[in-house]
Design a protein around this ligand. Structure first.
Ligand SMILES: [Zn+2]
Length: 378
């Protein structure tokens, strides 16, 4: 009896490891490669836009590239002149979750998985938006998950569990974040305070209305977004946030915006390449729009990176005109991830780095040490 059970389990393992979870993904029509962007010679950035593709490992990037336009195609951020490689372990394990990874860029300190911007001893760690608000900066967050989800939350919440989302929602209301757009209506039950403008309807996602408000929280789903229900895209929300922050920071030192393609990770957990590609297309279009803004303004540093890779995605030898995309886990994997940089200060992001160094280098790009402690002149 025992022996036959053992044989059965060996067979199941073998079956899983020998070809299950392979999806055929059509290679896109050939496109001409676009041009690498010029380096921006200004040494100091005024604004920083940090794009996070949650769960976006190097093979997610490669699959999106092949599926969109074949091997010569370039995704928006593949035209950036500077690239680096990022290792991302948490303080306790080589495995990181989104909370510990986001804490590392938001605060420059490693912590335990699940913790948000507190260290392993639960001591509060100041975040980039908190540090910058004392220097007259405005800050914004965009996500296609709940805005209380791990990645955005690390920029304003200090708590020992990412799952305490009602408490995290209260922390957002009391935070230095000037505009936050995403999902998560179910976690917000506090009445809006003076000066806070809360919106729940896409039709109110309009810059001219929002620009007259002090602090904006837009919640367009109960929790994470479902595209079939007409939730706004990452592109739409990011353009509104960018416009708001540009407007609000006219007489300020600058702004910081984090925009997350949250569900690239969820597609990896689901081992679903088509879902991943839909999320990725929105992410890529969003980065392109921000890049157009940075090309025009030349004072904005754009960073594109991930917190970790998800799904153990391996791209196998093509079958006909299809890539064979093989998922090897339903969890995060330990692959290092890429960082792409464009704009003033981008040179700081070349080479191999730890995820905590992204925090250090962002502050360096802004010359944080020498910024005046001034508030905005309104
Ligand atoms: Zn995940």
């Amino acid at each position: 009896m025992k022996k036959s059970l053992l044989i059965l389990s060996t067979f199941v393992l073998f079956a899983c490891g020998s070809g299950d979870n392979i999806e055929l993904v059509a290679i896109g029509p050939d496109t001409k490669p676009s041009m690498t962007l010029e380096r921006v010679s200004k040494p100091k950035a005024k604004n920083v836009i940090l794009f996070i593709g949650d769960g976006m490992g190097p093979n997610q990037v490669a699959l999106a590239k092949f599926a969109t336009g074949g091997p010569d195609h370039r995704l928006s951020f593949e035209n950036f002149p500077i690239t680096g490689i990022v290792y991302n372990h948490s303080s306790e394990s080589l495995y990181t979750d989104s909370a510990a990874a986001a804490t590392s860029w938001a605060t420059g300190v490693k912590t335990i998985n699940r913790y948000l911007s507190v260290d392993a001893e639960k001591k509060l760690l100041p975040t980039i938006p908190e540090l910058l608000s004392t220097k007259g900066f405005k800050s914004g967050l965009v996500a296609t998950s709940s805005i209380t989800h791990a990645t955005p939350a690390a920029f304003y919440a200090h708590i020992d569990s990412r799952y305490k989302e009602k408490e995290i929602a209260k922390m957002l209301i009391d935070s230095d974040i000037d505009i936050a757009l995403g999902g998560g209506q179910e976690f917000f039950d506090v009445p809006p305070e003076d000066g806070l403008f809360m919106i729940y309807d896409n039709t109110l996602l309009d810059s001219s209305l929002l620009n007259s408000k002090e602090q904006v929280i837009g919640l367009f789903a109960e929790d994470g977004f479902d595209r079939s229900l007409g939730t706004p895209t990452q592109l739409e929300m990011t353009q509104v946030a960018l416009n708001f922050l540009k407007n609000k920071s006219q007489n300020c030192a600058g702004f910081f915006l984090m925009s997350e393609g949250s569900q690239i990770d969820w597609a990896g957990h689901d081992n679903n390449a088509q879902y991943m590609l839909v999320e990725f297309a929105d992410f890529d279009a969003t980065v392109q729009a921000a890049t157009d803004f940075a090309i025009k303004n030349q004072d904005t540093l754009i960073l594109v990176t991930a917190d970790h890779a998800t799904g153990g995605l391996v791209l196998q030898r093509p079958k006909g005109s299809n890539v064979r995309a093989q998922w090897t886990t339903g969890s995060h994997d330990l692959s290092p991830i890429n960082i792409y940089a464009y704009g003033p200060g981008s040179e700081l992001f070349s080479g191999v780095m730890d995820s905590t160094e992204i925090f250090d280098r962002i502050l360096q790009a802004l010359d944080y040490e020498n910024l005046d402690s001034s508030n905005c002149i309104n």
